[in-house]
Design a protein around this ligand. Structure first.
Ligand code: NDP
Ligand code: 8X3
Length: 252
């Protein structure tokens, strides 16, 4: 029986790159995201190319009731998840604390923190039952430091950092591995989403530097997952060579 990876936010960027890389390694996949057509396209492509099986789950990770229902209806076979990649996340806006939109704050907190918790609450129990598993939490440089106007997004990624440490402690007796992967700038749909579809503003974020690409992060995740049984990578911070901190960037 092939191993299984469950990836949240698999319709684009880092999640989609992980889906490709894990499929190439022969994993069967459970892929989550809200955009059904993209999920269908990714699933079909990977099933055809790698002869693996894919379960697609169209769901908003903020909706715990729907998420629980959809994950619960998987067969026992599909609940044998070896790797959970808690990747679904986003930034909305880049405003000072006195001007930020409450809706944006709710969206970031509900997705990046609560969605990650809801998914982990369910899948960690499956892993405990089978006495094995590996949880990968996608944090950020924004979880290690705070940059101007990053306030709430940075707070959500600091929460991911704390939850990663908490999970590592709580799941230790069960032999479950827990790893935080913290990227700097990766060119995905992230900035387009942050600036609500403003492609020009999104493109400017990466002006004059070579950012990471989603596959760089997928490869780092694969490195953590493919270590021997006695090795756990607790935390990895991965930056473009041209980015030293959240805001110190060597632009040409
Ligand atoms: P993308 O915007 O390309 O991908 C985000 C993914 O999250 C999409 O698949 C999206 O799917 C999914 N998603 C967002 N909201 C929800 C939701 N409510 N329910 C289910 N799925 C959701 O960005 P990235 O690939 O860059 O982002 C992936 C992760 O990496 C995020 O956690 C982000 O914070 C983190 N990160 C990104 C960095 C970067 O520079 N790009 C740097 C550091 C961390 P859909 O819209 O179909 O639901
Ligand atoms: C996403 C990257 O630059 O907003 O976490 O911190 S950044």
């Amino acid at each position: 029986m092939s191993k299984i990876a469950l990836i949240t936010g698999a319709t684009s960027g880092i999640g989609a790159a992980c889906a490709h890389l894990f499929a190439a390694q022969g994993y069967n996949l459970i892929l989550l995201g809200r955009r059904e057509q993209l999920l269908t396209d990714v699933s079909k492509h990977l099933e055809d190319k790698y002869a693996i099986e894919v379960k697609k789950i169209v769901v908003d990770v903020r909706d715990n009731e729907d998420l629980s229902y959809r994950l619960d209806t998987l067969t026992q076979q599909w609940k044998k998840v070896d790797v959970l990649i808690n990747n679904a996340g986003l930034s909305q806006g880049l405003d000072p604390i006195d001007k930020g939109s409450i809706d944006d704050w709710d969206t970031m907190i509900d997705t990046n923190v609560k969605g990650l918790l809801y998914t982990t609450r369910i899948v960690s129990n499956w892993m405990i039952a089978q006495k094995s598993g590996h949880i990968i939490n996608i944090g950020s440089i924004a979880g290690k430091e705070v940059y101007p106007n990053g306030n709430v997004y940075c707070a959500t990624k600091h929460a991911v950092d704390a939850l990663n440490k908490g999970m590592r402690i709580d799941l230790l007796p069960h032999g479950i591995k827990v790893t935080a992967i913290n990227p700097g700038m990766v060119e995905t749909e992230f900035s387009k989403v942050r600036f609500k579809g403003d492609e020009g503003r999104a493109k400017k974020v990466y002006d004059g530097l070579e950012p990471l690409v989603a596959n760089d992060i997928a490869e780092a995740i694969w490195f953590a997952v493919s270590r021997p049984a006695h090795v756990n990578i607790n935390d990895m911070l991965i930056m473009p060579t041209a980015q030293a901190t959240g805001t110190i960037i060597n632009r040409k």
